[in-house]
Design a protein around this ligand. Structure first.
Ligand code: FMN
Length: 181
């Protein structure tokens, strides 16, 4: 059985609907997976580099779960990359991530149609793809859901739609992971 590490990059899961529900569903459905809640572990952005590198080293499949913030991953996930993916560990003389699989699982406030114009979600994931390539990682298909904006969640009907989308997202992600294991 392949070891799955799910890294949550949301900056505050207490203020989340979609990512929180996706992660809760994953926790229930994938009891053997390890979960890394960056907002809980590092509210001060002071990443424990050794601990994070150990978690990555043990994993076969690394899922990055995050909301799109300014067409990228949230600041906390950027900091995690900057501190943990260093020369001698992930690339250069280090080969710790070689052969592992990276899967991006992301949500956006803007609806999916927006990302069929101008820049697509695939375009936004370019830095992640390049990082995976640098580190010799395999890339799984990304799992994406749009139209789950925090601006909609105060309307009960919209909130229910967001929750429905989040459940479907979690199921698609689990199917994708089952295909890899
Ligand atoms: C600081 C910030 C920046 C955001 N930037 C974008 C963006 O660039 N594109 C987009 O479609 N949604 C953007 N959003 C909306 C979030 O992606 C959306 O609220 C999130 O995916 C919902 O997930 P959650 O319920 O887990 O918080 C942004 C939200 C915040 C708070």
């Amino acid at each position: 059985m392949k070891k799955i590490l799910v890294v949550s990059g949301h900056t505050d899961l207490n203020d989340s609907v979609a990512n929180k529900l996706i992660l809760e569903t994953l926790k229930k459905e994938l009891p053997q997976a390890e979960f890394d809640f960056l907002d809980k572990l590092y509210p001060d952005f002071k990443i424990d580099v050794k601990a994070e590198q150990e978690k990555l080293t043990k994993a076969d499949i690394i899922v990055l779960q995050f909301p799109v913030f300014w067409y990228s991953y949230p600041s906390l996930m950027h900091k995690w990359f900057e501190d943990v993916f260093v020369f001698g560990f992930s690339h250069g003389t280090g080969k710790a991530l070689n052969g592992k699989t990276l899967l991006a699982s992301l949500t956006s406030g803007a609806p999916e149609e927006i990302y069929r114009q101008n820049f697509t979600i695939n375009d936004l994931l370019a830095p992640l793809k390049q990082t995976a390539a640098l580190c010799g990682m395999k890339q799984a298909n990304f799992v994406y859901t749009g139209g789950v904006s925090y601006a909609l969640r105060n309307e009960p009907e919209k909130r229910r739609e967001i929750e429905e989308k989040a459940k479907l997202h979690a199921q698609r992600l689990i199917d994708e992971l089952n295909g890899l294991s």
